[in-house]
Structure formats: C-alpha cells, structure tokens
Design a protein around this ligand. Sequence first.
Ligand SMILES: NC(=O)c1ccc[n+]([C@@H]2O[C@H](COP(=O)([O-])OP(=O)(O)OC[C@H]3O[C@@H](n4cnc5c(N)ncnc54)[C@H](O)[C@@H]3O)[C@@H](O)[C@H]2O)c1
Ligand SMILES: [Zn+2]
Length: 365
Amino acid sequence: MRLTRQEIGLGERSYNVVVASDFRGLGAELRGVQEGDRCVVVSNPTVGALYGAVVRRELEAEGWKVEELEIPDGEAHKNLQTWGRLVEALVNLGVDRTTPVLALGGGVTGDIVGFAAATVMRGIPFVQVPTTLLAMVDASVGGKTGVNTEAGKNLVGSFYQPVLVWAALKSLESLAEVDLRSGLGEVVKHALIEGEVALADCERMAPALLQRDPEGLAKVIEASIRTKARLVEADEREAGPRAVLNLGHTLGHAIETVGGYGRLGHGEAVGLGILAVARFGWGRGWLTERELPQRIHGLLGRMGLPQKLPFEADAGALARAIGFDKKRARGMLKIVVPQAPGEVVLRKLTMEEVPALVDALKRLG
Ligand SMILES: NC(=O)c1ccc[n+]([C@@H]2O[C@H](COP(=O)([O-])OP(=O)(O)OC[C@H]3O[C@@H](n4cnc5c(N)ncnc54)[C@H](O)[C@@H]3O)[C@@H](O)[C@H]2O)c1
Ligand SMILES: [Zn+2]
C-alpha cells in the first residue's frame, strides 16, 4: 500500500497532502488534525454513488459521526446558487467551528465546498478529498476556493486553506477519459514550470499515464504537488511568484468561455493555452529554448490532449473573453510565458496586442 505525505508549509495554516492507494486511513488522519466527533461529507451524485459509502465507512471506523450533503454535478452548477444552498444546508445541520466539512469530488466540488467552508460561521475546517486527476494535482492544493458568475470564471471566492488533502489513487480508475486528459493538462503545466527533469519525465511517462499506470500517476501527482506547494508557500495570496501557475489559463479560460463550459475539459483548454502562448512568445523572440513550442505540441499529442481548437471560434469573442479575464490590470494584460522548461515568466501585453495572441491560438494546427 502506498502512502506519501507532503507538507504545505504556511505557518499556522500548514497542512499535509496525502497521496494514498485508497481511502484507508483517512479517518485516522483526520483525527490527527481535527478534534470533534462529527463531520460532513459533501459530494455530487456521480462521485457520491462511487465513493460515498467507502469514505463514510472509513470515517465511521474512526468514530466520526458522518452527515452527507449533495450538490449537483458539473461546472454549470459552480455558481452562487449552489453555494447558497450548501451554506444554508450546513447551517441547518448545526455545524460549528469544530465540524470538518469534506469535499469529495473533483475541482468543482472542492471549489464550491471550500468557499462554503470559508464563509459558514466565518470559517469551519475544510478537507479536500480530490477524486479527479485535475483536483489532485492542482485544485485541491493551495486554498483557492470560489464560484463562477455570469461575467466569468472564479470571480467570487476566497483564499481558504484546507486542514488536510487526501488523494486516493484508486478513485482515478473510474474517471472518464476526458477528465484523465484534463488532469494531464495541468500536469504538463506544472512540469514546464518545474524544469527539464520534470518535463522529460512527462514525455517519457505519457503512454503509461494514459494507461492509468498507478506508479506513473503517483509519481506525476507527487511532483505536481511539490511544484504547487513551493509556489503557494512562497506566495499564498498570489501577489507575485504564484501567478506563474496561471500558465495557459488566460487563453484556456477564453476557450472555455467561448466554447461553452464543458466543450473541452478545463485542462485540455489549458494545454491549448500553453501551446498558443509558447507560439506567441516564439514569434516575439522571447523563448530561450526555441524548440519549446514543438516540444509542447509533441507532449500534448503523447498525452492525448488536443493540439488545436476542436471548434471554430470567433476571434472577436475570444479577445473579448480575454479582456474580461481578471488578469487584466489597468489596460495591460498579464500573461504567463514559458520561455524554456523551468523558465516561466510573467509578461505584460497592451490590449492592442491581444489580437496577435488570439491569432496564435486560432492558427494552431
Ligand atoms: N482552486 C484551484 O486552485 C483550482 C485549480 C484548478 C482548477 N480549478 C477548478 O476545478 C474545476 C475543474 O475540476 P475537475 O476537472 O475535477 O472537474 P469536475 O469536478 O467537474 O469533475 C469532472 C467530472 O468527473 C466526475 N468525477 C469526479 N471524480 C470522479 C471519479 N473518481 N470517477 C468518475 N467520475 C468522477 C465529476 O462528477 C464530474 O462530472 C474548474 O471549475 C476549475 O476552475 C480550481
Ligand atoms: Zn487550471
């Protein structure tokens, strides 16, 4: 049985990220960080049906009294209405500041439940139990929580760290193909940020990862968490260095907005965003590794990720979507550019340069 722990060091907000074979030990681990005898597990119908019972058993075996709540499945429900209903339900259960609430599910569940935990009673303990690859390598670590609004993604939320993250590799067996690939998009992002060794590991392990080889998955998940931990520890509230984690996201979010959420997996859109911004950077002469766009293109292919937009997207609509991105600062757009493996930097574009960036995305082929 596999079990590794990595600490996210944030002073009194520090916590462990456990990567384990399955859910065995979750109840005891929670006991180690949280007093009390009650907890609430929040999941959606899909994940609840698959893992609700086993998680409940694990918690009850350690003496936890378990309450269960459900939120609807899907990005379309990551909104204020779902958050509102959830906080009402938590309050009606009579939770207090010793009642941990566990988010059992993917990034959507984690983001909504985290934001609810941050706001009920001005903050109740929160545990991430990520069940998608994307949530394991990215969404569950770092404390960003929130929901979407009409104007865009993740526009309402808060920084709120969990007290524990428990990633059970076993849960990845049931993941849909598209969600596996989506997680691999964020794995590529972290590897590019980390450097040559991590990127070469991804290139080598891509076929095994697509086959869901547990050893390979464990390796890239742990590596991704290390990268994210380092950046979160350096800059918890994204005042500086943490912003490189937005690599691929300016265009990725625009693709999701224009294509409609759900047309492409989030990580698939991010992969395209990374490739397009690398091509754009190449055209500007910014890259120190000139072959990087081809390398990214090849890696996306090996990971089963799209290498070009799978639908016709209107350039104006994409540009507008980028303009409304929260990364726009006073008429300048901050974008994250991969110049070489391990050399990922923030650059500013004027809004006049946005069409060329959009063009780089539309020209992918
Ligand atoms: N907070 C952060 O730092 C952060 C970082 C990256 C992404 N995100 C957010 O994460 C969200 C995307 O997360 P996601 O890709 O996990 O999507 P998701 O939560 O919608 O999960 C994808 C689908 O898989 C299902 N599912 C989950 N686990 C499963 C399993 N083990 N077996 C079978 N099906 C399973 C879900 O019910 C859902 O239908 C986006 O909203 C994004 O904004 C947040
Ligand atoms: Zn992302």
